[in-house]
Ligand binder design. Structure first.
Ligand code: ADQ
Length: 466
């Protein structure tokens, strides 16, 4: 393919890092989306004349390349049918559940796979057309696993990195996928394949060795053509300065105090903040909390649970079922244990401004992060970053990627073990101030020295050295 491009650094992701804002007069502007990834990559974008290839989030958006914040944005259009088959279907009803321990059953449909291939090819072509000779291309996540190989075929001159934000499953589960070989071959088109955890990297290496013509051992893949693919964990993190910046506003700290008053100044405020997703273990958390109330271990005056459940993937069936189940559970518990003006659980199905979210983190005595499987879980790290006061306790599932790094300071838990979860919640609620401070210091030592800028620098330095 002819090289028409001009960017020496190209990010390829399912979504563009901007949201459309439509004014009253119908004119469109674009606002940078919140999120650490775009912030971490922004300086690299500026320094290298960067371009970002992605979808706008709306159907049939045929847009010419445009720029915001020193980034060139290349929009990849998706038809309504492709949104349904590539995005909601293969990405979120096949790969997502398969990669998260088949918590719900993955659906395998050949027409979804065809759409996934077709859309990955479109992303690869868009990246190929914008990348300068020898450019670095950084491909993101499970929606685009075929892009590295498709892109290498179009443009062998490029340096290609891939990072998977979600878990990579154990071989026995991955083996279910009818297109397992094609996905693995797609990924080894990269020079560097990054995962959140070491275990995921090991799963991948074993599977490549077994199902492709490459030979793989000890996090190196040797391709039949002699090329080497490097495989390594790069645990992702958060933009710590964004959170400390928000907390430098006294109103944000004050709002934390106000939230506690608004929920009736309980002895302990427990907090969950998750996308409403079956991987996040929200039901297990509610069950444990409900049993603590039922058994008289806590009263609604002593402990209140605030659960933020961010609307997510609302057109995918499993998410509709989950929402019904969670809301039934919340309704039952509030019916049983709530009083007028004093629910046991404050359930909020909504998105929040970052400042309000940080105030919530500041208000919570116990942050409850209990996914059944999670690539990393940024909320756990955001909680730690928000506790500049060295207070509060983090309850963390061993099945979150964050467990590898935060295990020393957090209260670790297996969320399937409801009795264990109950004991751990009680222990976290009853922690004394000096132990809380000691644990929080350990947590903060790690999070503050490993933010997302360091993650991006390490990934890109490793990619350049391959
Ligand atoms: P997610 O599954 O979306 O990310 P997570 O890592 O917790 O999960 O990130 C969610 C982000 O959204 C956090 O920054 C959080 O503050 C924010 N958020 C949540 N609810 C919100 C609300 N109601 N309003 C506003 N903001 C809200 C995927 C993987 C994770 C991995 C990340 C990054 O599933 O395992 O950590 O990518 O790689």
């Amino acid at each position: 393919m002819e090289n028409t491009g001009k960017s020496s650094f190209v990010v390829v992701a399912n979504r563009l890092p901007v949201d459309r804002v439509v004014a009253a007069d119908g004119s469109t502007t674009w606002r940078r989306s919140p999120g650490g990834l775009v912030t971490a990559l922004a300086p690299v974008m500026r320094a290298y004349d960067g371009a970002w290839v992605g979808w706008t989030g709306s159907p049939d958006d045929e847009l010419a390349p445009f720029s915001t914040d020193d980034m060139d944005l290349i929009s990849v259009p998706l038809s309504p049918e492709e949104i349904s088959m590539y995005y909601e279907g293969f990405s979120n009803a096949t790969l997502w559940p398969l990669y998260h321990d088949v918590i719900v059953a993955p659906e395998y449909h050949r027409e979804w796979w065809d759409a996934y291939r077709r859309v990955n090819d479109r992303f690869a072509r868009a990246a190929a057309s914008v990348a300068d000779e020898g450019a670095v291309v950084f491909v993101q996540d499970y929606q685009l696993q075929l892009v590295p190989n498709l892109l290498r075929r179009l443009r062998p001159d490029l340096k290609i990195g891939f990072f998977l934000h979600i878990p990579f499953p154990p071989p026995e589960l991955f083996a279910q996928l009818p297109w397992r070989r094609q996905i693995l071959e797609g990924l080894v088109g990269a020079d560097l394949v990054g995962f959140q955890r070491g275990g995921a990297a090991d799963n991948f290496v074993g599977l490549v060795d077994r199902y492709t013509d490459a030979t793989a051992a000890e996090r190196r893949v040797r391709m039949p053509d002699g090329r080497t693919v490097h495989v390594q964990p790069f645990p992702i993190s958060i933009e710590v300065s964004e959170i400390t910046g928000l907390l430098s506003d006294p109103d944000v700290v004050q709002r934390g105090t106000q939230i506690r008053e608004e929920i009736g100044s309980p002895g302990s405020m427990l907090l969950g903040v998750d996308r409403l997703d079956y991987t996040k273990g929200i039901g297990h958390r509610l069950k444990a909390f409900g049993e603590l109330l039922a058994g008289g271990d806590i009263t609604p005056d002593e402990a209140v649970l605030v659960q933020v459940a961010t609307p997510s993937r609302e057109r995918v069936e499993a998410y509709q079922t989950l929402r019904d189940e969670i809301e039934l559970q919340v309704g039952r518990l509030n019916g049983e244990y709530g009083r007028i003006g004093q629910p046991a659980i404050h359930y909020l199905h909504s998105s929040y401004e970052r400042a309000e979210l940080v105030s919530l983190l500041r208000a919570a005595d116990v942050m409850v992060v209990t996914p059944l499987r999670d690539g990393m879980n940024l909320v756990a790290k955001e909680y730690v970053a928000a506790r500049t006061d060295l207070r509060g306790a983090l309850v963390l599932s061993e099945f979150a990627g964050a467990a590898d790094e935060l295990g020393d300071g957090a209260f670790m838990v297996n969320p399937h073990d409801i009795d264990g979860l109950k004991r751990t919640l009680l222990a976290a609620m009853r922690i004394d101030e000096s132990e809380a401070e000691e644990r929080m210091k350990l947590l903060r030592d790690h999070v503050l020295s490993h933010d997302i800028t360091r993650w991006a620098q390490e990934f890109l330095a490793t990619l350049r050295s391959t």
